[in-house]
Design a protein around this ligand. Structure first.
Ligand SMILES: [Zn+2]
Length: 206
């Protein structure tokens, strides 16, 4: 694969269980997918029991980034509960992160909004699952000190991005590629700082 290949981080695949009454909002900045956000909060994400500890640690950094935006602990700050669920997007009342070897031509990570509905007139997420394609050459650095190798995909950036979707955010259309909510990630690239656009969008929800 060429190193310059653009990898789509991905598209929220939505299985609509309840009709969404509010149109998808994609502004020139960070869009909002679910104006009602996610409930209940703080959000508990479960990780597959085979996930390596370094991965879980970096996932925790991504979670903390969103918790530190001034809107309280949107995510539960305790240790991630483990799960043994096989199969991505399984509607079970839990927000599960799965690991699957899907090949390098498939997405790098994806979220599946498996349950949506309307609360106080706003579309709201009730369950969301995240799938990580383990086929890619993930860069996982729990020391937060090393640059992303040019042939690797930054796990930290990708997890911040997907957790943004969990909170109801959509992609940032800023072409300067500065927000972690921008919809694509290249090899060797990282965007780990929550952008002011992201924070503005978050403030409209929470
Ligand atoms: Zn995305």
């Amino acid at each position: 694969m060429k190193k310059s290949k653009l990898i789509n981080i991905i598209s929220s695949t939505m299985l609509l269980i309840v009709i969404i009454s509010t149109a998808l909002t994609v502004s020139a900045q960070t869009g909002i997918n679910a104006p009602g956000g996610i409930t209940p909060r703080p959000v508990v994400m479960r990780v597959h029991h085979t996930m390596q500890s370094d991965w879980v640690t970096v996932l925790g950094f991504a979670r903390n980034s969103w918790n530190n935006q001034g809107f309280g602990n949107l995510f539960d700050k305790n240790n991630f509960p483990l799960h043994v669920t096989l199969g991505y997007g399984f509607v079970n009342g839990y927000n599960d992160i799965t690991l699957w070897n899907r090949g390098v031509n498939s997405y790098i990570m994806q979220v599946n909004i498996v349950s949506r509905g309307v609360v106080n007139g706003k579309s709201t997420i009730f369950e969301i699952d995240m799938d990580i394609n383990t086929s890619h050459n993930w860069f996982v650095d729990r020391t937060l000190t090393k640059p992303v190798p040019t042939d690797a995909v930054d796990f930290h950036t990708a997890t911040i991005h997907e957790l943004g979707h969990v909170l109801g955010l959509y992609h940032n259309t800023n072409t300067q590629r500065v927000s972690p909510m921008f919809g694509a990630l290249r090899f060797g690239e990282s965007r780990r700082n929550i952008h002011s656009d992201d924070k503005t969008a978050l403030g409209k929800i929470y």
